[in-house]
Write a protein that binds this ligand. Structure first.
Ligand code: PMP
Length: 421
């Protein structure tokens, strides 16, 4: 099983020590052939592939340390607890959080946003208050706020975007007012690749005493994230998009804010003591983690952080930036391609339509050639409405992708165009 040819340009082009050939060897699935053609995996915004280190960490836990955490005195339980809590520490350091209690394990970004909507939202947002989001949000950073606003009689306000898919800071400033209680925006937009000016967004909100949640699902695999520098109040992300397992993610929250939240889900582990008269809740972060968590997932998440840290987020960002520029150039050279999302600050996503050809047909024909892209609305229907398209095809890049794979995408697209001529 051969690996896609890697051109010299792919290898360590920038003198950073970043060797894509070596990196590809860490991902067993990249050697897959799909009934013939070599897999070219360009659907990383949906979920990324997993390196051997992560796969081994998960299977090693099940093979050698499997036990429930926190309550056991036996050795396996202590080892499992240590591994789970160590993973929390790795994630804390990875995003620059001050305390490990500020990291709450959740199922993923979706659960993190829902957690804040149901705890912070229900206690701080009342009739006629306002929540600000933007046009480029993923549905999981829209619907929880819609539900909350319906329940509380509050109002959802939406920051528009321009034709390049950029967040309009002036419009945002105009929307901020005395009724604004929360701003919830994405760091990097999954359907467009736009990198938002999150530090400025937070600064403007804080000037009015408004709290900010950042959806970091698409940011953490591609760029260095420092929650203290951003100064956001909450930051949400999923392990599976950053080379970790599915079903686990993290919510960062500033300690005093997390302390002030009411319980989210209730049950075991989130309590100190229970009688029928009164329950005393546990300390953070356990107070927000009811029930047996995804222990193996958290351990694999920690391994994914180790993996990214060893390569270096700066190296990853600069390699991917080069790849994105190359991809933009190659796709722009195909006259039938219309790129959706051309922000000046952009990461890892090439979303496009081919004139007169439905994106699902594009995706299906590319798949026959081994090229995996996503087609559809990418859980961002308001973005599709903004650009007046029903759907797009999206090639989303990760650290193991190469210029040769982008060439394979372009060749595939030319073949799609021929089929429809
Ligand atoms: N936000 C963004 C920007 C995303 O791209 C995604 C996943 N596509 C989510 C939130 C939801 O993440 P999850 O499904 O892992 O909860």
């Amino acid at each position: 099983m051969a690996i896609v040819d890697v051109t010299d340009q792919d290898r360590d082009t920038r003198g950073t020590g970043f060797d894509v050939d070596r990196i590809r060897e860490d991902f067993p699935i990249l050697r897959t052939r799909l009934d013939g053609p070599q897999l070219v995996y360009l659907d990383n915004a949906a979920t990324s592939q997993k390196p051997r280190l992560v796969i081994d960490a998960v299977s090693d836990y099940y093979a050698n340390t499997n036990a429930n955490i926190h309550r056991g005195v036996h050795r396996l339980s202590v080892q499992a607890t240590d591994a789970y809590e160590n993973a929390r520490g790795k994630i804390q350091r990875f995003i620059g959080a001050e305390r490990r209690e500020e990291i709450v394990f959740v199922r993923g970004t979706t659960e993190a946003v829902n957690l804040i909507a149901q705890t912070f939202g229900r206690t701080h947002i009342d009739r006629d208050d306002e929540v600000i989001i933007s046009t480029m949000e993923h549905h999981s950073n829209i619907v929880p706020w819609q539900l909350l606003c319906e329940e509380r009689g509050a109002r959802l306000r939406v920051v528009p975007i321009n034709d390049d898919g950029e967040f309009l800071l002036d419009e945002y400033e105009n929307l901020l007012n005395d009724r604004t209680k929360l701003v919830a925006v994405t760091h990097i937009a999954n359907a467009l690749g736009t990198i938002n000016p999150v530090e400025r967004i937070v600064e403007l909100a804080h000037a009015r005493g408004v709290r900010v949640l950042i959806d970091g699902a698409q940011a953490v695999p591609h760029t260095e994230v420092d929650v203290r520098r951003i100064d956001c109040d909450f930051y949400a992300f999923s392990a599976h998009k950053m080379f970790g397992p599915t079903g686990v993610g993290a919510l960062y929250g500033k300690l005093d804010l997390l302390e002030s939240l009411p319980p989210y889900q209730s049950g075991g582990d989130m309590i100190k003591s229970v009688t029928f008269e009164k329950t005393i809740y546990n300390d953070l972060p356990h107070r927000l983690e009811a029930g047996t968590p995804n222990i193996a997932g958290a351990i694999g998440f920690g391994a994914a952080v180790d993996y990214l840290t060893a390569i270096g987020m700066d190296n990853i960002a600069s390699y991917e930036d080069d790849l994105l520029r190359y991809g933009t150039k190659v796709l722009s050279a195909i006259p039938e391609v219309r790129l959706i999302g051309t922000a000046r600050e952009k990461a890892s996503v090439l979303s496009f339509v081919l004139e007169g050809i439905h994106p699902h047909d594009v995706g299906t024909i590319l798949d026959q050639r081994g090229v995996a892209v996503r087609t559809g609305h990418h859980c961002s229907q308001p973005v599709m409405q903004r650009f007046k398209v029903p759907a797009t095809a999206r090639a989303s890049l990760a650290l193991y992708n190469t210029r040769s794979e982008i060439d394979a995408l372009a060749t595939g697209l030319r073949q799609v165009i021929e089929v429809f001529q």
